[in-house]
Design a protein around this ligand. Structure first.
Ligand code: ADP
Length: 171
């Protein structure tokens, strides 16, 4: 399984599935969630309404509608409350849940945004390390998924994921 880190807009990324850093209502929000809903069109919200929300750390899949991606995998990341509320385990669970759902749906290529590091205020370095660790741990058990890309919106986020990857590779 290939793993790459790029800077860009995930709504323009061509993959079998892109991940949405959603909220538990799955009814859209700001940040990457709003951008994905705008680019996908109103049919995405219609399908999301029928899902009746999603728990933090879990994931649900929909069609990608007008996006270049076939599927959107929606995962509510944890809001950072200082680290004592299980935030690290929940963030790891987001990445694992999305990768398993991608496999169940036969996806070969998957793209992630930096879950929880925007409005949800999860410390970037820590979030990047958790994301990279979970993606690398998934690699040997991946069957259909051949490529995972972290699509970082800004330079600072990209640099944090690159540093986390170097760190993880040294372990
Ligand atoms: P959360 O509520 O999980 O923190 P946000 O959407 O606020 O989610 O932020 C998560 C990350 O997504 C941030 O790094 C933000 O810069 C980034 N982001 C925002 N828009 C896009 C986009 N179009 N493509 C990729 N990443 C994006």
């Amino acid at each position: 399984m290939e793993f790459s880190i790029i800077q860009g807009d995930i709504t323009a990324f061509t993959a079998d599935a892109i991940v949405n850093a959603a909220n538990t209502s799955l009814l859209g929000g700001g940040g990457v969630d709003g951008a994905i809903h705008r680019a996908a069109g109103p049919e995405l919200l219609e399908e999301c309404r029928r899902l009746h929300g999603c728990e933090t750390g879990k994931a649900k899949i929909t069609s990608g509608y007008r996006l270049p991606a076939n599927y959107v995998i929606h995962t509510p990341g944890p809001v950072w409350h200082g680290g004592g509320a299980g935030e690290e385990g929940l963030l790891a669970s987001c990445y694992r849940s999305c990768l398993h759902l991608a496999e169940e749906n036969g996806c070969r290529t998957v793209a992630f945004p930096s879950i929880s590091t925007g409005v949800y205020r999860f410390p970037l370095e820590c979030a990047a390390y958790i994301a990279v660790r979970e993606i690398l741990a998934f690699s040997p058990i991946a069957k259909t998924v051949q490529s995972v890309t972290m699509v970082c919106f800004d330079e600072r986020t990209k640099a944090a994921y690159e540093a986390a990857l170097r760190h993880a590779q040294q372990e």
